[in-house]
Ligand binder design. Structure first.
Ligand code: GZL
Ligand code: ZN
Length: 361
């Protein structure tokens, strides 16, 4: 699709624009149709992956509530519906509107060099949020805020090893399917790698891996097909909560039981994101272990923009902290190495309703 087509497609897309009369839809034309912000507000163009999961919705909410008009910002928000070409169009649109900052939550890691060079040539700082970009020159973005997906995967694998060991389940009897996230996204790459390392280290049987695209519908569809292919699945490794919701529905529809009692034929579901619905399923024993992925990047992004506005240097990589929740206290802590090769020990918290009620998302 050439630039002309991209701009034509842009005409059919809408973006949210904050303005003096509150949030309103604004057609973004290829010609920009720029938004004239009062001169003391900071205009931020945010290219969001989509609205594929509860996690993503919480991430969007965090950004919108941070970059609000009352906080002194003009936010141009674009939902790319999980398509990279829509993100490229949105970024070019932000450049034409001469925004002060571009926030990019990249759907996948590759394919950003050209458009980030255009932003650099236009002197617009780019802040990468959530997933990472794989670019030839990391001066193409100013800073990154996100979570360590490889550490998340390693935490989950270490929990599974500790759990099966505690329950006296032999590694050769652990038959896992991996419902992966969006292929090529940092979250999928890290979480899949963490599991694959566990398979190599502990000798589990990895029966199948297939993308559930981080959505509930696709997660259910993939689980249904895997259940038709394999009759010995006893662990389902879902790379986010929405896939887990779909997998649980598929398992129960097939007349099987979701739960941690593998030795008695239950199918154990593991997940990531610790959304409210995910932790509610964990409390109910339907998800055995939910590894946290923190979506509340808005305040961190604002801290970085304020520092940049003050002419300060900022760290290139800014990780947010994350915990591990489980349905019971079989495993109390795990050791795992993060993406910076630092070994850490991480508590596993048995989930309670009080914890769920006290969380921000
Ligand atoms: C994780 C983020 C992932 C979430 C999914 O950092 O990129 O994308 O785990 C979301 O829920 O779709
Ligand atoms: Zn994460």
């Amino acid at each position: 699709m050439n630039r002309e087509d991209l701009q034509n497609e842009e005409k059919n897309r809408v973006s949210f624009i904050n303005s003096n009369n509150g949030m309103r839809y604004e057609r973004c034309s290829g010609s920009g149709g720029g938004v004239a912000a009062a001169d003391d507000t900071i205009t931020v163009g945010f290219s969001q992956v989509g609205a594929e999961s509860d996690w993503r919705t919480a991430n969007t909410e965090s950004m919108k509530s941070t970059f609000s008009e009352e906080n002194g910002y003009e936010l141009i928000f674009d939902d790319a519906q999980q398509k990279q070409e829509n993100q490229l169009t949105a970024i070019r649109n932000f450049i034409q509107q001469e925004v002060d900052y571009i926030l990019l939550a990249p759907v996948t890691e590759t394919g950003w060099d050209t458009v980030l060079q255009e932003a650099k040539d236009a002197d617009i700082p780019v802040i990468i949020v959530d997933r990472m970009v794989d670019v030839s020159d990391d001066s193409l973005y100013t800073t990154w805020i996100g979570t360590d997906s490889l550490l998340e995967g390693r935490k989950a694998a270490e929990w599974l090893n500790a759990y099966t060991t505690a329950k006296g389940i032999d590694a050769k009897d652990v038959n896992i399917v991996d419902i992966q996230g969006t292929i090529g996204s940092t979250a999928q790459i890290g979480r899949s790698k963490g599991l694959e390392e566990g398979v190599d280290n502990y000798g589990w049987n990895l029966l199948a891996q297939q993308s559930g695209e981080f959505t509930q519908a696709k997660g259910q569809e993939v689980m249904e097909s895997m259940l038709k292919q394999y009759d010995n699945i006893n662990v389902v490794y879902c790379e986010n909560d929405n896939e887990a919701f779909g997998a649980i529905d598929a398992i129960e529809a097939a007349g099987k039981t979701v739960g941690s009692d593998i030795a008695n034929g239950e199918i154990m579901v593991m997940s990531f994101d610790t959304t409210n619905a995910g932790l509610t399923d964990t409390l109910a024993g339907k998800i055995a272990c939910d590894v946290e992925c923190n979506p509340l990047h808005g305040p961190r992004a604002e801290e970085l923009i304020k520092a940049l506005e003050a002419g300060e240097e900022v760290e290139k990589l800014n990780y947010v902290d994350e915990e591990i929740f489980a349905t019971d206290d079989t495993v109390d802590k795990v050791k795992a190495v993060n993406s910076l090769d630092e070994e850490g020990e991480y508590d596993v918290t048995p989930i309670t309703q009080e914890i769920i009620d006290g969380r921000a998302y």
